[in-house]
Design a protein around this ligand. Structure first.
Ligand code: HEC
Ligand code: HEC
Length: 337
């Protein structure tokens, strides 16, 4: 009897409470101006593209001041960022498909190699660049800087002016305009994504290959990535620590394990010179030179001699780049006791 009674009361509660106490509405409808401020996407068919124009010349001014520091004077990029320009040929422009992407011959994939929709470049720059001040460019400045990138890629002449009127015609010059794949299952709502991943998830090889490296000046822009990422599995953080005192105890622990694992102590001790220099001496020499880490890491892995005497340190190819980074963090913080 108890249960039906409860059910009955539950509904009567609901109906009385909700029917009689009006719910106070929260918020207010967005105004037309607010919606307009957010509604800035430009579609592949150029719907949403605001009227305006910008020349290659004007674009160069903006580029040199606001983009070149990260993307390079010619869009070739500095060491940190992938290049925006390069890797496309006149033949690619004719065909509308970048041969270097199909053959895999090009080592890096520049923006102009990949880009199939000019609207995407325009839209992306307007909403996201310059990285340190997104949305700061005016509409005309976005046209100008896009025109300049296209000019750097030899797609338009130096006196070219890009505008909402000729975007469609300019789209027809993109080297990879026919290169977009729709055969990946996510293009259609009813499609099935590729779920046959072959990435290693457990008991993986210890030294996943890291194919790119940050230069010293950019290494610790986001703290020490190695500490922020897991040390097992295929995704490993690069060692980006620059100052030895930023270290945490888990890193020390794994470094100590590695010292034993690789037998560094056969030649190195904390405070005394054995075959190789004492760790505290190495720390004294390089402790405040974070830019040396990459060089020292290479030396641990590939061997070398002449800095501390004539005895060489043998190459230790088993030590991965990440491990060398962890070891160095530890070594460079070692103080004489
Ligand atoms: C402070 C450094 C910095 C500055 C300055 C900067 N960018 Fe970028 N740019 C980046 C970074 C970082 C990315 C990659 C962002 C990401 O992938 O989330 C990027 C990505 C891009 C891309 C997309 C590349 C691709 O293929 O995915 C374009 C295009 C671009 N930037 C254009 C510009 C333009 C134009 C300017 C100047 C108005 C500019 N950037 C200024 C750092 C910068
Ligand atoms: C067989 C002996 C030996 C082993 C094993 C050894 N080292 Fe060395 N190490 C040396 C010698 C000798 C030097 C000095 C080389 C020189 O003078 O350039 C040295 C130098 C170094 C330096 C300083 C390099 C420089 O250019 O100033 C570091 C850092 C270092 N070792 C780390 C390690 C680590 C980490 C391990 C273990 C993974 C290790 N070593 C294993 C012999 C060894």
């Amino acid at each position: 009897m108890l249960k039906p009674l409860f059910t009955f009361c539950f509904f009567c509660l609901l109906s009385t409470t909700y029917a009689q106490v009006p719910v106070k509405p929260v918020g207010r409808p967005a105004t037309a101006a607010e919606i307009k401020a957010w509604d800035i996407d430009v579609r592949a068919d150029f719907k949403g593209l605001p009227p305006g124009q910008g020349s290659v010349m004007k674009g160069q001014e903006i580029w040199d001041k606001q983009c070149a520091s990260c993307h390079g004077v010619f869009g070739e990029s500095n060491e940190v960022f992938p290049p925006l320009v390069g890797g496309t040929t006149a033949e690619d422009v004719r065909k509308g498909q970048v041969a270097g992407l199909v053959s895999g011959a090009e080592a890096s994939r520049t923006t102009l190699m990949k880009l199939s929709q000019l609207s995407a470049l325009w839209d992306y720059i307007r909403r996201a660049m310059p990285w340190n001040a997104p949305k700061s460019l005016s509409t005309d400045e976005v046209y100008a800087v896009v025109a300049y990138i296209l000019h750097l890629g030899d797609l338009v002449p130096a006196d070219f002016v890009l505008s909402d009127k000729n975007m469609q015609a300019t789209q027809a010059l993109l080297p990879n305009r026919h290169g977009m794949s729709k055969e990946h299952g996510l293009w259609r709502v009813s499609g099935t994504p590729d779920i046959r991943a072959t990435a290693c998830m457990r008991n993986c090889e210890p030294s996943a290959r890291i194919s790119s490296e940050l230069p010293a000046y950019a290494r610790d822009a986001h703290g020490n990535l190695a500490e922020q990422m897991r040390l097992v599995g295929p995704v490993r953080g690069a060692q980006t620590l620059s100052t030895a005192n930023q270290i945490n105890s888990s890193v020390v622990e794994s470094a100590e394990k590695l010292i034993t694992k690789y037998g560094c102590t056969a030649c190195h001790a904390r405070d005394t010179k054995l075959i190789g220099p004492a760790f505290s001496e190495i720390s004294k020499k390089y402790g405040n030179q974070p830019e040396k880490v990459a060089e020292l890491s290479k030396k641990i892995r590939e061997g070398g001699q002449g800095v501390w005497g004539t005895i060489p340190m043998p190459a230790q190819p088993g030590v991965s780049e990440l491990e060398a980074g962890l070891l160095l963090n530890w070594i460079l913080k070692t103080k004489k006791e």
